[in-house]
Design a binder for this molecule. Structure first.
Ligand code: WQD
Length: 339
C-alpha cells in the first residue's frame, strides 16, 4: 500500500515509517516539523535505502495536504500520528491543543473523503481511560474517568469522530490504537526520541541524567498502593509499537475498531531507573519528590485483543528498551541537532 504517514518525522512516526517500508509499503510523510527535525527524515531514508516524499506543512492547510496527496496518487491509507502531545502544556494552552489536534484530524478526514482514501489508523492513548477503575485495562474499560487534561480529551474526541465517520460510511476502515508508554529507540542508534527542552516523561529524563545533562531524577511519589510505592506503567518498546501500526493497517476491517498497544507488564519507576542503570552502566541519582498532580498509581494494558485479532504481540523487554534508548542517547547526545 502507499501510505500517508502524518507526524512521520516524530518519535513514533519515524519508527513506524521504517516498519512500514520493511513490510513492503510505500511511505509519504506529512509533518509540520514542530516537534522534530528534517534530520529524522534523512535518517529514515538512510535506514530504508530510498527517498521518502515529505510535505513539511501545517496539516490544517487543506489545500496543501490535498495537493500533496494528488501529486502522489493513488494513496491507499493514512496512518495519523500528527498532533501535540504534552499533558502539562495542554492544560496551559487548551485552545491550541483543541485547534491543532482536532483541526488536523478534521482536515485529514475531508481530504481522505475527497480523494477516495478509506483506511485510517489513528494514534490514540491509554490516557483516554483517565483514572482506571480496573486493571489491566481492556478496550471495554470505561474511558474519560476524571480525565482532566485537554490532551487526553482531544484523543477521546477524535476516537468519537472516527467512530461516527465509520458509522456513516460503510466503506471506511478506521482503527484507534491506544498506546501505553512508548520507550526505547531504533536498534541502529540513528532514530530515537528527541524532546525539546527538559523532558516530561520518565525514560527521556532518566536518560538525560545518565548522559550527565541533568543532575538527578525526581521520583514522583513513593507512597502509592503499589509493590514499591512508586507508579506502575506499561512501557512498550517503540519498535513493537511501530509493528502494531503495520498489523492494524493491513488487517483493518470496514467499521471502527480500537486496540490497546501495551505489553501487559507493569513496571515501577524504581524498576525502570534500575534497568536504565544496568543498560547504561551509569549511576542515576534520584530523590523522592511529591506526587505529580494528575498522575494515576497504576496503568497497564490487557493487550490480548490485538493478539487475537491482529496477531500482534510485543517481543521486547524493558531491558532492551533501556539498552536501545541509551544507544541512541549516547550516539546522539544532542539528539538530531547534533547531526
Ligand atoms: C511515568 C511514571 C510518573 C517523570 C504520559 C501521558 C501519556 C503519554 C505518555 C503522550 C509516572 C513517573 C515521571 C519523572 C517520575 N503521552 N515520573 N519522574 O504520565 O504515564 O504518561 O506520557 O504522548 O498520555 O499521560 O508517563 O513518563 O510522564 O511517567 O517519577 O521525572 O514515571 O509519576 O509514574 P505518564 P511519564
Amino acid at each position: 500500500m502507499r501510505v500517508l504517514l502524518t507526524g512521520g518525522a516524530g518519535y513514533i512516526g519515524a519508527h513506524t515509517a521504517i516498519a512500514l517500508v520493511e513490510a513492503g509499503h510505500e511511505v509519504l510523510i506529512a509533518d509540520d516539523m514542530s516537534g522534530t527535525s528534517p534530520e529524522a527524515v534523512r535518517r529514515i531514508e538512510r535506514l530504508t535505502g530510498g527517498a521518502v516524499p515529505t510535505l513539511a506543512a501545517d496539516l490544517r492547510d487543506e489545500s496543501a495536504l490535498r495537493e500533496f496527496v494528488r501529486e502522489h496518487a493513488p494513496v491507499h491509507a493514512v496512518v495519523h500520528l500528527a498532533g501535540l502531545k504534552a499533558v502539562g502544556e495542554s492544560m496551559a494552552e487548551p485552545v491550541r491543543y483543541y485547534d491543532v489536534n482536532l483541526g488536523t484530524t478534521i482536515t485529514l478526514l475531508k481530504v481522505m473523503a475527497s480523494e477516495g482514501i478509506r483506511t485510517l489508523v489513528f494514534s490514540s492513548s491509554a490516557t483516554v481511560y483517565g483514572t482506571p477503575d480496573e486493571l489491566p485495562l481492556t478496550e471495554q474499560s470505561p474511558t474519560g474517568i476524571d480525565l482532566a487534561n485537554p490532551y487526553g480529551k482531544t484523543k477521546r474526541i477524535i476516537e468519537e469522530i472516527l467512530s461516527d465517520a465509520a458509522a456513516a460510511d460503510p466503506e471506511l476502515r478506521a482503527v484507534s490504537l491506544r498506546y501505553f508508554n512508548p520507550v526505547g529507540a531504533h536498534p541502529s542508534g540513528l532514530i530515537g526520541e528527541d524532546p525539546h527542552g527538559i523532558p516530561n516523561n520518565l525514560m527521556p529524563f532518566v536518560s538525560r541524567v545518565a548522559i550527565g545533562s541533568l543532575p538527578s531524577v525526581s521520583v514522583f511519589g513513593d507512597d502509592y498502593d503499589t509493590p514499591d510505592g512508586t507508579g506502575l506503567r506499561d512501557y512498550i518498546h517503540v519498535t513493537d509499537l511501530a509493528a502494531g501500526h503495520v498489523a492494524a493497517l493491513e488487517q483493518a476491517e470496514p467499521g471502527y475498531d480500537v486496540f490497546n498497544l501495551g505489553t501487559g507488564e507493569p513496571v515501577s519507576v524504581l524498576e525502570l531507573i534500575a534497568a536504565f542503570e544496568r543498560a547504561s552502566g551509569r549511576e542515576i541519582p534520584r530523590q523522592i519528590a511529591p506526587r505529580r498532580p494528575g498522575d494515576v498509581a497504576a496503568s497497564y494494558a490487557d493487550p490480548s485483543k490485538a493478539g487475537e485479532k491482529l496477531g500482534w504481540r510485543t517481543t521486547l523487554t524493558i531491558e532492551e528498551a533501556c539498552r536501545d534508548y541509551w544507544n541512541w542517547q549516547s550516539n546522539n547526545p544532542k539528539g538530531y541537532a547534533g547531526a
